[in-house]
Design a protein around this ligand. Structure first.
Ligand code: RB5
Length: 145
């Protein structure tokens, strides 16, 4: 699975932590779309870049981080075909895969402890979509933009 990953300055440290974990998995290839430091940048640019990588098929799924995960998830969800879930717990990560078939995960570098963020990442990567009635609903989402 190809994972695109991006952040602004507020999510930079968490992005690097998540990348370290992803590198330990031999089923994952990483495409890092920046940013590359804690120098201030604009999160919409990075959310859009990661979302476009997923929407175009260059990546299978995407992970984005900003200070809270809010701004960068809003940016990602403006790209057609993207279902980006902002998760602050393992349960949310599981549900956003099971029910929402989220193809992107957002997390907050200033709001989520790094150890918890890794548990969230693992759950999100390894939980399958349940399909069935949830497929009709995700299709409705995809028709919106
Ligand atoms: C940047 O200071 C901060 O606003 C950004 O990382 C994010 O939290 C926005 O939602």
């Amino acid at each position: 699975m190809i994972i695109a990953i991006a952040s602004d300055h507020g999510g930079y440290q968490l992005k690097e932590t998540v990348k370290e974990y992803l590198r330990t998995r031999n089923d994952i290839q990483i495409v890092d779309l920046g940013t590359d430091s804690e120098e201030s940048v604009d999160y919409p640019i990075y959310g859009k870049a990661c979302a476009e990588a997923v929407a175009s098929g260059k990546a299978d799924r995407g992970i984005v981080c900003c200070g809270t995960g809010i701004g960068i998830s809003i940016a990602a969800n403006k790209v057609k075909g993207i279902r980006c879930g902002l998760c602050t717990s393992v349960e949310m990560a599981e549900m956003t895969r099971k029910h929402n078939n989220a193809n992107m995960l957002a997390m907050g570098g200033r709001t989520t402890d790094p150890d918890l963020a890794l548990e969230i990442t693992k759950a999100w990567l390894d939980t399958e979509f349940e399909g069935g009635r949830h497929k009709r609903r995700t299709e409705m989402l995809d028709e919106m933009c």
